[in-house]
Design a binder for this molecule. Sequence first.
Ligand code: MN
Length: 160
Amino acid sequence: MFKFMMGCLTCAVVAQGAGAQGPGESGGQKISRAGSATASPGPAAYFTGEVRVEPVFPVTSSINASGGLVTFQPGARSAWHTHPAGQHLVVTAGVGLTQEWGKAVQEVRAGDVVWCPPGVKHWHGASPGTGMSHLAITGSVEGRNVDWLEKVTDEQYASR
Ligand code: MN
């Protein structure tokens, strides 16, 4: 359980609120009301700058992916990382940056959707001058959905 919680971007928080059953698993529809989820700061070990993570939906026995709304203040970003089952990012607000290892930094804006394939090293975050929020939909393998690597240096962040 410790490894699971340490390795997971949003699911530790999601698991707290979800109980034993996920949405739909009790046999009926479930509506999670706006603002009812508890947001957490992105841990300093895995993020640079001010980051807020709000759980949106947990892994269930039906769908092996969790959702989290991540908000990065200007200049904030994740560390380099990979996802064992991949990740969809739906940019919901602002202007962000993302980069795959060995490739150029790319700008993303509200409405853009990014697919991060399994095992591909990357990072994502805000642009220097404008914050960014994205919905992260992340698949899990045996309860793990992210493998964290080194921080993104200021030089790497400013390299575009
Ligand atoms: Mn990612």
